[in-house]
Design a protein around this ligand. Structure first.
Ligand code: CTP
Ligand code: CA
Length: 239
């Protein structure tokens, strides 16, 4: 979309978007990672700039993507680095969107030198739980005295698998309730369902119980729908 075709309805807002997939090192050359391309997060950042927002993009590993012009970019390789960067940027943010695929676990031990292949059978990789950044954002907002973030809008993403729409939505509704965020962007993955299909493979679930399908296909279109929902959430809370 051309920026002059978009509403300038996000002026005065500081939004934080996390994007891409974290990489959890095993040794200096190996990591546990995931398939996130970062495209949706980058589209969210680009669209928010075009709609007038100040944007901080916390970027984990992505495919080779053009940097969204006008966004402040902070690079974060691991879940721990991303956690620090998001919390720092969120301190004065009106909106935080967690589009990043954050590793749930990291290898407990990070070898200082490259792990060598030996004749012995390898050990299993021991894993340690990472902090849940989205849950922490919701928790911080509840803290008494956190004036700056009391009205912060917090958006989560969920990629779910299921045999039919209700399975995916059941998981997603439970996740929205568990996480306590304001909006959850849900997309169906797996069994040959590429994110790039033109079908409705996504939903936008709101903490107020509103649910609507999103036409997946264009990441910019999805970004616009997410920001529309965020803007209306903000205008309702400020009325
Ligand atoms: N998330 C996060 N910190 C983590 C893991 C996830 O902030 N350590 C965020 C993601 O960025 C996303 C949301 O939480 O916005 C949902 O992530 P998801 O992996 O779907 O949820 P989990 O609670 O980790 O559940 P599971 O992986 O078991 O489905
Ligand atoms: Ca997870």
């Amino acid at each position: 979309a051309r920026s002059d075709a978009l509403p300038r309805d996000m002026e005065g807002l500081h939004v934080v978007v996390s994007a891409g997939g974290t990489r959890e090192p095993l040794d200096p050359v190996r990591f546990l990672g995931n398939r996130s391309s970062g495209k949706q997060g980058y589209a969210l950042a680009r669209t928010a700039v075009q709609r007038g927002a100040r944007v901080t993009l916390v970027s984990a590993h992505t495919a080779a993507l053009p940097e969204p012009a006008g966004a402040d970019i902070v690079n974060a390789a691991t879940a721990a680095e991303l956690r620090d960067a998001v919390h720092k940027a969120a301190a004065d943010a009106d909106v935080v969107v967690m589009a990043a695929a954050v590793a749930d676990f990291r290898p407990t031990h990070r070898a200082e030198f490259k792990i060598k292949k030996t004749e012995a059978d390898p050990d299993a990789v021991a894993l340690t739980r990472n902090a849940d950044v989205l849950a922490e954002l919701v928790e911080n907002r509840r803290e008494p005295g956190s004036d700056q973030v009391a009205n912060q809008v917090i958006v989560g993403f969920a990629a779910e698998t299921g045999d039919n729409g209700s399975d995916v939505l059941d998981h997603a509704r439970a996740k929205l309730a568990r996480k306590g965020c304001d909006l959850l962007v849900v997309n169906r993955v797996g069994e040959g369902k590429a994110f790039e299909t033109e079908d409705n493979e996504g939903w936008l679930l709101s903490a107020d119980g509103t649910e609507r399908a999103i036409a997946f296909g264009s990441k910019a279109q999805v970004a616009s729908e997410v920001w529309d929902a965020v803007v209306s959430t903000i205008s309702r809370s400020r009325r």
